[in-house]
Write a protein that binds this ligand. Sequence first.
Ligand SMILES: O=C[C@H](O)[C@H](O)COP(=O)(O)O
Length: 164
Amino acid sequence: MSGPGSGVPSGGWRIVVGCDDAGLAYKERIKADLLADPRVGAVDDLGVHDGDHTAYPHIGLAAARKVAAGEADRALLVCGTGIGMAISANKVPGVRATTAHDSFSVERSVKSNNCQVLTLGQRVVGVELARLLAREWLGHVFDPASASADKVAVIDAYEENRCG
Ligand SMILES: O=C[C@H](O)[C@H](O)COP(=O)(O)O
């Protein structure tokens, strides 16, 4: 254990953020929260920015590739529902992404499923709930010695057999 909190990597979390134009306001707000959070060491903003209408799959895939390459620990992605971002990110081998709009699901996405990517829907939840979920998300860490690890390993093995 190292860094400013339990389970936080040395140097802090390296987080990629991204959105489409339907998720821009929440991405900007959560990015500001992350930059002010002592548990965060780096924030990499892949856009979109104001006036940019890049569609969600481009952003979701690019963010997931950064996680898969080890250039970031996690990604926080926002679109209208969160669903398109999750589908896109999950196409990248090694990445586990989910949409979650409640505290318990956010916690279990990390502790049960070792998800590195959380996606949120700006058209689904209020901004304060989205901010709370992003804050809580950083406090959860997967335990590779837990009973959940063997289950996640089944997914990894399937993926390795197909993509390896
Ligand atoms: O999952 C997709 C997102 O919600 C996106 O922001 C909106 O997609 P649409 O314009 O195809 O509905």
